[in-house]
Design a protein around this ligand. Structure first.
Ligand SMILES: Cc1ncc(COP(=O)(O)O)c(C=O)c1O
Length: 414
């Protein structure tokens, strides 16, 4: 027997976001989202870690936060303080770190702490869709600063800040993804980080640094120090995640912030703590294995990027333009001007290929209308080759480009 539909609609308060659509599954060729390579999830290591930590400390799960307090499992925070010092130059103690349910929860906590409707924030012109949708839902004005091959342009940031000041507006923060930017894959050099800090301090605006791809740099090249590490006066909030290095479905991220922010965010984190078992397993696995796991992971990702770039060159020829990213899991691609990637998204989906259309990842619809973001981490090499061929066919059918039918040529040759 099915219950009669109750009229919830009449009870809903004003200002709710539109209702969510039902999950319909992933496309056959999925190049969307921040999913990672299934082959690189360290399953055996995680199995050992679960067994070991449960045998040793399992009974502690009887207490919320396993009695380690609302900032999270102590050994995971200890792992992070050592890792952040070694890799990003961040000097912190376990008290500076808050474990959250994915860095998305960090975005929400920072936003809830600092933002009110009508406020202004500065972001990179191309940026993370999850940040843009949150800001638009909050009714915040978003100013996009253009990027070049080295990330956010400091001349453009300086003009944006000066312009806002002239209009009597003090932005609430500068949000940046400086180390392997999403979606462009750029890395902000140390000198620009210093410039950003100078500008931030001149205009008294904090920096919100999202470093979730920072471990995924090709060939283990040394990354520049985190902006948080370079700041002198506690005006940077730093967030990171285990989603891209271990597994996004674990939902474990972290915030490093001065107590003035931390204490406010803790007051807003009303979920009685993020899941302790995930944190325990991560600490158990990462403390001995993270440093050997990451080079294997980036090696595999670099291989998939190679396949993706090859497939695009083969199928799209000169119609697809892109800069090789310095790490990460995404390729940001420019198609000819007449291609509308919002429309391409619809037609490609009908053919079993999902892509992220550029306008959803940008504050400039004009600049991003013919661009798209492709995730090369989660599909297999074969899916990348097949999916890009289908995408090229759809694009040709809808927009007349690419003109050259590379796969037909290849078949004729072979
Ligand atoms: C730039 C950026 N920040 C934050 C997140 C959120 O990640 P998670 O909540 O899985 O840690 C993502 C996910 O793709 C991202 O790309």
């Amino acid at each position: 027997m099915t219950a009669a539909a109750f009229d919830f609609a009449s009870l809903l308060p004003a200002g709710l976001p539109p209702p969510a659509a039902k999950w319909t599954g992933l496309a056959k060729y999925s190049f969307v989202g921040g999913n990672i390579d299934p082959e690189q999830v360290p399953v055996d290591g995680l199995i050992d870690a679960v067994g070991a930590v449960l045998r040793r400390e399992g009974k502690a799960l009887a207490t919320y936060n396993v009695a380690h307090g609302p900032q999270g499992y102590w050994p995971l925070r200890e792992f992070l303080t050592a890792k952040l010092k070694r890799d990003a130059g961040i000097v912190s103690t376990v008290d500076d770190i808050l474990i959250v349910s994915g860095s998305l929860q960090a975005l929400d906590l920072v936003n809830q702490t600092l933002l009110a409707r009508g406020d202004t924030v500065i972001v990179e012109q191309e940026t993370y869709q999850g940040s843009l949708t949150r800001l638009s839902r909050l009714g915040v004005n978003v100013i996009g600063v253009p990027l070049d091959r080295d990330g956010m342009r400091m001349d453009a940031l300086a003009s944006a800040l000066a312009d806002l000041k002239m209009r009597g507006i003090r932005p609430k923060y500068i949000y940046t993804i400086p180390t392997v930017q999403n979606p462009t894959g750029t890395i902000l050099p140390e000198a620009r980080r210093a410039e950003m800090l100078n500008l931030a301090s001149e205009y008294a605006v904090p920096i919100f640094e999202d470093d979730c791809y920072a471990d995924l740099i090709w060939d283990g090249k040394r990354r520049p120090p985190a902006i948080y590490a370079m700041a002198g006066n506690g005006d940077v909030i730093h967030i990171g995640s285990f989603s891209k290095t271990i597994a996004p479905a674990l939902r474990v991220g972290f915030v490093v912030a001065p107590w003035a922010m931390m204490s406010r965010m803790l007051a807003l984190k009303t979920d009685a703590g993020s899941g302790s078992l995930e944190q325990m397993v991560l600490a158990e696995y990462c403390t001995p294995h993270f440093n050997t796991h990451v080079p294997e992971l980036t090696h595999a990702l670099r291989g998939k990027l190679g396949t993706m770039m090859e497939a695009l060159n083969e199928q799209f020829g000169t119609s697809a333009e892109f800069e090789e990213p310095k790490g990460g899991i995404f390729l940001w691609v420019k198609l000819p001007d007449n291609v509308d990637t919002l429309k391409l998204y619809q037609s490609a989906l009908a053919a079993g290929v999902s892509i992220n259309p550029g306008p959803e990842w940008s504050t400039s619809k004009a600049h991003s209308g013919n661009r798209l973001r492709l995730c090369f981490a989660s599909p297999s090499h074969q899916q990348i080759r097949e999916g890009i061929a289908v995408l090229a066919d759809v694009c040709r059918r809808e927009f007349g480009v690419p003109v050259r039918i590379a796969n037909v040529e290849k078949r004729a040759r072979g």
